[in-house]
Design a protein around this ligand. Structure first.
Ligand SMILES: Nc1ncnc2c1ncn2[C@@H]1O[C@H](COP(=O)(O)OP(=O)(O)OP(=O)(O)O)[C@@H](O)[C@H]1O
Length: 595
């Protein structure tokens, strides 16, 4: 009882997939028509066979034999056209539907809150996007049409069997429950194993992806052989799960075939006796055998596809789960509009902001954070590691929502603004800028959909990047390698700065690079940053003395709170933490004042 329930509920997961098939219902209907035609002809072939034997062979008439064979060939020709249509349309449907599912899944993935990807491994999500959709493609494209054809042939074959000979048909039908039993028994096992098989494959791709991303670390610690062994272990694990699955399926198929063909053999014997006794013609027996084989093969196919459907149900379940994830960050349906942005002085305001990362609900990263930032100000943020500096930037861009308190931009709470408008207001230059594995042009133009070539080049010039870009082998068309590995740290930063310049935001979020760039690179990056910061409100996570010296205000943070605000000389006198940070971070003795 339990098994039946489970199987039913497993196949239920396939139901949402029909939503993707629905737009192409006319293709399905046309393919079904072709299917009906071919199944009909296929079944009538048995009658043709009967005629060839009884009217041609047994009656000894060559003319009748020739006529019957000609009709047979004509029928087969029509059937071939029908098969072509069905095969083409169903395969097309499989490809179309799986691509539509891929698009829907990707659309969901890009709109999800970024923290989703902290909780879920990207390899697993990738596997859903590729392996699971490919599985569904084979289901929709071939298995489903095979199942339909087999079901039709099964029903039609049984009807024809009854018409041909009732006694023999009853022998065939006796075999049916014998076939269904192993299908029920093995189906569930196949499904469970199929699901673990997919998981094991996801593990493989995650592992390989991680090693590739960290290939330099692997090499510098001479861990190639260890990684290879570990990977082999993952692959072997996947193989052993797959082996168990195919064993179950092989047993299932073999059992079904054995039972059905044993039934046919027994029936052949019984029918043979009838022919010898003269109660049945040879043609009738041949037609009967033909239909019995059709029925047996259909049952075999249905059994095989049943296993596949179980696998597909697992894939569909994972895809539907992914499609149903809702973003934690909700874009308001009626977003607030900025009134007159320019007329205000306070551009950003943090009011008693507290925040815990979802994975650490009891350790606040921000704890009663208060700060008001005026338009055009440059604020340097300093604090020990883990103080919550980067968290501020995450919250400002609304990658997470605050746990309590409020953040306001132009006097509007962040959650009331459209995500698009909010993120349009700011640009971020990260400590380790993220570049796409495309060319330089694409990486800069990423900031603005409508950027012209002239604007991209102007932004690169302002970021002091134009010269080094021109020195690259293909200029702006130079391919940067995965995550921009073909550029130096300073160059990557200048590309990121050019990107921010092109975006032309009101607010800049800068995370200064901690690692020292060489003097020339540093000079260029600083010059580019100065250009970028002109007439904008800027928040900088500062790691350099020169930055804090040029800031309008320095905010000292510790344990998610503001502990002091002021300029460099004041803070040196008033904040013990700032003094310590100066000594450690800027190599600056605390007694040195900024005069
Ligand atoms: N994605 C995350 N999930 C869970 N906890 C996080 C996450 N990111 C940061 N934290 C935690 O939140 C706290 C604040 O981190 P945050 O990165 O904001 O500090 P920071 O001041 O920027 O530090 P650093 O100068 O080292 O970059 C830390 O305790 C950190 O471990």
């Amino acid at each position: 009882m339990n098994t039946a329930g489970n199987e039913k509920s497993a196949l239920r997961y396939l139901r949402p997939i029909f939503k993707f098939v629905w737009p192409y219902k006319w293709v399905v209907i046309a393919a079904l028509a072709a299917l009906l035609l071919t199944a009909g002809i296929n079944l009538s072939l048995g009658q043709g066979l009967k005629q060839v034997i009884d009217d041609g062979f047994i009656a000894g008439s060559i003319t009748q034999l020739r006529q019957s064979v000609m009709v047979l060939i004509a029928l087969i020709a029509i059937m071939a056209v029908g098969i072509f249509c069905r095969f083409y349309m169903m395969s097309w449907l499989g490809e179309r539907v799986s691509n539509d599912i891929r698009k829907a899944v990707f659309a969901r993935i890009v709109s999800l809150h970024p923290s989703y990807f902290e909780e879920n491994r990207s390899g697993e999500i990738m596997s859903r996007l590729t392996t699971d959709t490919t599985l569904l493609q084979s289901i929709v494209g071939s298995s489903l049409s095979m199942a339909l054809r087999s079901a039709l042939m099964l029903v039609g074959g049984i009807i024809m069997l009854f018409i041909t000979n009732v006694k023999l048909t009853l022998i065939v039908l006796l075999c049916v429950p014998l076939v269904l039993l192993p299908m029920k028994l093995f189906g569930r096992r196949v499904r469970t194993l199929a699901s673990s098989s997919q998981d094991a494959i996801a593990d493989i791709s995650t592992y390989a992806g991680e090693v590739m991303q960290n290939i330099k670390t692997v090499h510098s610690f001479n861990r190639q052989a260890m990684e290879q062994n570990a990977f082999n272990g993952e692959v072997d694990k996947a193989f052993s799960v797959a082996k168990r699955r195919i064993l179950q399926r092989a047993i299932l198929i073999a059992l079904v075939i054995f039972i059905t063909f044993s039934g046919i053999s027994f029936m052949l014997y019984s029918g043979g006796v009838d022919v010898l006794n003269g109660t049945m013609t040879g043609g009738e027996l041949a037609a009967f055998v033909f239909y019995a084989v059709v029925v047996a093969m259909s049952v075999g196919t249905v059994a095989e596809i049943y296993g596949e459907l179980q696998r597909a149900a697992g894939a569909a379940k994972r895809l539907v789960e992914l499609l149903q994830v809702r973003s934690d960050i909700i874009d308001p349906t009626n977003p607030a509009r900025f009134d007159n942005k320019q007329s205000e002085t306070a551009i950003l305001a943090f009011n008693e902001v507290s925040f815990c990362y979802p994975s650490r609900p009891d350790k606040p990263a921000l704890n009663g954070f208060n700060l008001t930032i005026n338009a055009g100000e440059t604020i340097a943020i300093v604090g020990p590691s883990g103080a919550g500096k980067s968290t501020l930037f995450e919250l400002l861009q609304r990658f997470y929502d605050v746990s309590s308190g409020q953040i306001k931009l132009h006097n509007k709470e962040l959650s009331t603004l459209s995500l698009h408008a909010l993120r349009d207001e700011m640009a971020m230059v990260a400590q380790h800028p993220v570049l796409f594995s495309a060319d330089v042009y694409h990486n800069i133009a990423y900031a603005r959909e409508d950027a012209t070539q002239a604007q991209v080049i102007a932004a690169a010039k302002q970021a002091y990047a134009h010269e080094f870009i021109n020195d690259l082998p293909d200029g702006y068309s130079s391919f940067l390698g995965e995550r921009g590995v073909r550029l130096s740290g300073g160059q990557k930063q200048r590309i990121a700065i050019a990107r921010a310049i092109l975006k032309d935001p009101n607010i800049l979020l800068l995370d200064e690079a901690t690692s020292a760039l060489d003097a020339e690179s540093e000079f260029h990056v600083q010059a580019a940053l100065t250009r970028l910061m002109q007439s904008r409100t800027t928040l900088i996570i500062a790691h350099r003395l020169s930055t804090v010296m040029h800031a309008d205000r320095i905010v000292v943070m510790d344990q998610g709170k503001v502990v002091a605000v002021g300029d460099h000389p004041t803070l040196l006198q008033q904040s013990a933490l700032y003094q310590r940070l100066c000594e450690l971070q800027f190599n600056q003795p605390s007694q040195l004042s900024s005069s």
